[in-house]
Design a protein around this ligand. Structure first.
Ligand SMILES: [Fe+2]
Length: 173
């Protein structure tokens, strides 16, 4: 596996490399920064003007937190702005939006484990996305809304990229 840093706009054939297991980390894309700003704005809006996003779990009972997160996810995922920014992102990396079908964007909310780790904050166990019905040609894009530590994010296991992994999905499904 190769990790390319800020190379996406210089490699028009990036898809073949992603399908071979490579990862691109781009930190300067304008559309990505705008998407991050939109996510932060959406959090403030969903939490009635609260701007200290990293302390929200300390300010309310978990039931209230879940209500606000549900509102946040619905608005961010279904609103027109995030979708427009995804189109901008495809253009910015030098690709043609007509060549892609994109899924709606999702925002992941991960408070302290003891506060909440189910429902709106459920973290999926290690998996391949195809186990959940994703197509083989899917390209995934992630970005942090705030700086994170390794223990707060997901793992990517390149060593398994070309190895079969047992799972409980029915054969042929
Ligand atoms: Fe996944």
């Amino acid at each position: 596996m190769n990790l390319y840093i800020n190379q996406l706009q210089k490699k028009p054939a990036f898809r073949e490399q992603v399908y071979a297991g490579d990862i691109f980390l781009d930190t300067h894309l304008r559309s990505a920064h705008e998407l991050c700003a939109l996510a932060r704005h959406s959090i403030t809006e969903a939490f009635d003007g609260e701007t200290d996003h990293l302390s929200l779990h300390k300010k309310m009972p978990v039931e209230t937190f879940v209500e606000h997160v549900t509102r946040l996810k619905r608005k961010f995922t279904n609103g027109p702005q995030a979708k427009a920014l995804i189109r901008d992102y495809i253009l910015e990396i030098g690709a043609d939006p007509n060549d892609y079908i994109f899924d709606v964007p999702r925002v992941r909310v991960v408070p302290n484990y003891d506060y909440l780790h189910a429902g709106v904050s459920y973290a999926y166990k290690p998996h391949r996305d195809t186990w959940y019905g994703s197509v083989d040609c899917q390209l995934n894009t992630w970005m942090p809304i705030y700086s994170i530590e390794p223990g707060q994010t997901m793992m990517i296991n390149p060593a398994y990229f070309t190895r079969p992994v047992q799972n409980s999905s029915p054969a042929g499904a």
